[in-house]
Design a protein around this ligand. Structure first.
Ligand code: PXG
Length: 464
């Protein structure tokens, strides 16, 4: 077999990639023409590419490498587990030590009575589990007509048929006949883009009340659950107004529906607590977890379920599961990741050091001519790009045109910062130091300056 090594020239790797590798969320034809970037190594908060460039990864991979790259301990645990028990299933009245230990540890860390874990290998799979588990729950409760999920526009809950339907991404729904039946969407609490003349707090309450209106419209006897990310991540790091979550919680309490907090991004320290639900004072019945659970070192996710829901589900056979549910190697890696997060006080570092520093220096970007708002919560931060700060106007160009220019200038400055439409977002590894945060902001500012030059030169500095 041909050895694919780091020692092939970049052009050859790019040609092989273009010939055989289909990338997610990518126009593969255009990428083949341009040439893909090949990442070969990583350490701490830095990536190295096949040309030897050192890149500051302010996205922690895909919002997941919470403890940073290059931790030997995880490699060792994985190797040890592979030697001892590389695989066994948890289906037929069997279990194994890594799955037991990890479920017990997650139950300790999770708030309230969220004491039970159904494992998956990704956030998408876990949210598919949630759809089936919640519908099964209401069936066992004698209310089989409670099947409808309420979610939010611009939410991201995954890419499988079920989870992408839960998500509210219009571009995803436009392909493949989504959403599947029984999933409806209300508006997101994005004050900057949609708040108009309302104060953020008025707007937050108004958006939350759409949930109550939707429950009334559908009939409480048909609604199974509401699902939301504590802070919308892939939707552009939309930090809700403070009035939003208390009102959502009130509505969920007042009506007989389950609340699912999708913690795939917010979980495991991102917001300065173990879970975003703790930071935002949310009391979910189920939490979706993935990403930071293993810091991305192994694919693992799951649904963390309350005592009450787990008891009902346990009354009969729940005909659901994945070959890799609770995979021993992934579970062992996740456990070691949780040990490091705790022993090295990484969440305290986020809460007391990194997040306050980021909040201060990130807010400074708001004086840049392109930036309409610059906000952060924990180590999630975003900026809204605008041609007119006073009116919070959108650009006249197609959404994403300006964001793409800005993202490309970030890449050119060896900074990974992602664009979501015309918003820029970061979610760096949680171990990032204040000095490294300063470097992120320095490079971001340089990239914004260069982007502005180009936007003005091309006559794109125009409001819609
Ligand atoms: N829920 C949330 C909140 C997520 O952010 C998923 C579920 C799905 O997880 P998996 O492991 O199935 O990917 C996610 C994933 C982006 C981007 O471009 C974000 C995600 C995935 C891919 C790309 O920001 N989030």
């Amino acid at each position: 077999m041909r050895q694919i090594s780091n020692h092939l020239p970049t052009a050859e790797l790019q040609a092989l990639d273009a010939a055989h590798h289909m990338h997610p969320f990518t126009a593969n034809g255009a990428l083949a023409d341009k040439g893909v970037r090949v990442i070969t190594r990583a350490s701490g908060v830095h990536l190295t590419d096949s040309e030897g460039n050192e890149i500051l990864d302010a996205m922690a991979g895909l919002w997941c490498v919470n403890i940073g790259y290059g931790r030997e301990e995880l490699a060792e645990v994985a190797a040890r587990q592979m030697r001892e028990l590389p695989y066994y299933n948890t289906f037929f009245q069997t279990t194994h030590v890594p799955a037991i230990a990890l479920a017990a540890r997650i139950a300790e860390l999770a708030p309230g009575d969220l004491n039970h874990v159904f494992f998956a290998s990704s956030g998408s799979e876990a949210n598919d589990t949630n759809i089936r588990m919640v519908r099964r729950y209401w069936e066992l409760m004698g209310k089989p007509e409670k099947t409808v999920f309420i979610s939010r526009k611009n939410a991201y809950h995954g890419s499988s048929m079920g989870s992408a339907s839960l998500g509210g991404m219009a571009a995803m729904h436009a392909q493949g006949g989504l959403p599947i039946p029984g999933i409806v969407h209300i508006d997101q609490p994005n004050w900057y883009a949609e708040g108009g003349e309302m104060s953020p707090e008025e707007f937050g309450r108004a958006r939350a009340r759409q949930l109550e209106d939707k429950i009334a419209e559908l009939g409480e006897d048909r609604v199974a659950a509401f699902i939301a990310e504590p802070v919308q991540g892939a939707g552009g790091v939309i930090i809700p107004p403070e009035s939003y979550w208390p009102e959502i919680q009130r509505i969920c309490d007042a009506h007989e529906i389950l609340l699912i907090a999708d913690e795939v991004i917010c979980g495991f320290g991102r917001t300065g607590n173990w879970f975003g639900s703790q930071t935002l004072n949310i009391r979910p019945d189920i939490m979706t977890i993935a990403k930071g659970l293993s810091s991305g070192y192994a694919p693992i996710g799951g649904s963390v379920v309350s005592d009450a829901v787990a008891e009902v589900i346990g009354r009969g056979e729940f005909t659901h599961g994945y070959t890799y549910s609770g995979h021993p190697v992934a579970a062992a890696v996740a456990l070691e990741n949780l040990r490091i997060l705790e022993d090295e006080k990484i969440i305290e570092h986020v809460r007391d050091v990194a997040a306050p520093h980021l909040a201060k220096v990130w807010a400074g970007l708001a004086d840049h001519p392109l930036v309409g708002e610059a906000r952060s919560l924990g180590l999630l931060a975003s900026i809204a790009l605008t041609p007119d700060k006073a009116t919070r106007a959108r650009f006249a160009s197609d959404p994403g045109t300006i964001g793409t220019i800005c993202r490309d200038r970030c890449f050119a400055n060896n900074l990974v910062m992602r664009h979501v439409g015309d918003r820029m977002v970061i979610a760096p590894p949680l171990i990032i130091t204040p000095e490294q945060i300063d470097e992120v902001v320095r490079r971001a500012r340089r990239a914004l300056d260069e982007a502005q030059e180009r936007i003005e030169a091309e006559g794109l500095m125009r409001a819609a």
